[in-house]
Design a binder for this molecule. Structure first.
Ligand code: SF4
Ligand code: SF4
Length: 74
């Protein structure tokens, strides 16, 4: 049974490349098209938290190490 997970994404550390969005198997990430960071980049965020399974694909693929993945215990 897959884990439940949660990710923290650094708004300022994200360059909006979208790689994490593409490689998330449960499609729970998205780029925030209604906001930007201080570099005027649309950063990624956890759009559907209930769907994260803590697989770590996003943190592995992120070229800027902007994502931290947590596994929920219970
Ligand atoms: S840990 Fe896996 S399921 Fe969760 S956001 Fe990252 S790629 Fe998606
Ligand atoms: S892979 Fe990293 S830099 Fe690219 S959009 Fe996702 S969090 Fe941002």
């Amino acid at each position: 049974m897959p884990f439940k997970g949660y990710v923290e994404i650094s708004v300022e550390g994200c360059k909006g490349c979208g790689l994490c969005v593409i490689h998330c198997p449960t499609e729970c990430l998205a780029l925030n098209m209604s906001d930007t960071n201080s570099y005027s980049l649309h950063y990624a965020y956890l759009k559907e938290p209930d769907k994260c399974i803590a697989c770590q694909n996003c943190s592995i693929i992120c070229p800027d190490a902007a994502i931290t993945v947590y596994k929920k215990i219970a």
